[in-house]
Write a protein that binds this ligand. Sequence first.
Ligand code: PGA
Length: 294
Amino acid sequence: MKVKVSGERRPVRPSPRPAEGRIEEVRKVPSPNAPLVVANWKMNLGDQRGVKLAREVREGYAAISAGGAPRLVLCPPFTALPAVAEVVRGSAIQLGAQDVSWLTEGAHTGEVSAEMLSAIGCTWTIIGHSERRQTLGESDETVGRKVRRAVEAGLTPILCVGETWDERDEQRSEVVVMRQLESALAGVTLPARRRLVVAYEPVWAIGSGHAVSPAEAGHIASLIRHLAVDGSHYGFSCPYPDEQVEVLYGGSVDVRNVKLFCQPGVIDGVLVGGASLSVRSFTELLRAIGEPVS
Ligand code: PGA
């Protein structure tokens, strides 16, 4: 591809002076292609403990994010979102919800709309986590509606897909992931420059302490990318530009294995549950991403 270069040089404007006390963090905004870490707190830390952890994570993240800082999204429970939004304001940390309604507004008891989430500063939302699919009976169809709604409302969806142990045993991992992806993305048009994130999370690996092998995760991640980018052969209606698709791995990611799951060009980052619930394990994990593999 040819890149057009104009001969003109723009005058260099001095960058605005950052507010007192923010200098370190302002300089340390990670690159848009740095690994992406999404912390899924699940139904934990919905009170002051969430605020405390967010504060500690902000401090820890600012201290380690000098070079090769991962991008970071915190996904607390709904009730903690406004308070955590205050804590991360002005930092490079972004805010995500763990779910979103596919409905817009009105008489829908218990639902939280995409607009409500945007209004409090959320820019991301997890959709179709296996705990919602399995325990709360969320169908492929509902997951698809949520993805469409999130994109329409300007939230970046983090779509979770992955097979159960039995499905893997029957060597159906690929078929299951393809089905989930196809129904979630049907009719989803992605505006220019907006990203779609797909998290490959084998159900059996979540919270079990047994992550999938990095090679297997890489294989499924490549399949996901291939389908999202070039899936018209498989009947996918909306292939997306490569640079707008990110694939994460999730399932028992911790400080020891995180680096193996950040494989530039194959796996763009990680979705972390248990290890994101304590400042120590989480900041160690964030730090490990920037360190060389031993
Ligand atoms: P885990 O959870 O890191 O505790 O396995 C990941 C997830 O469920 O998103």
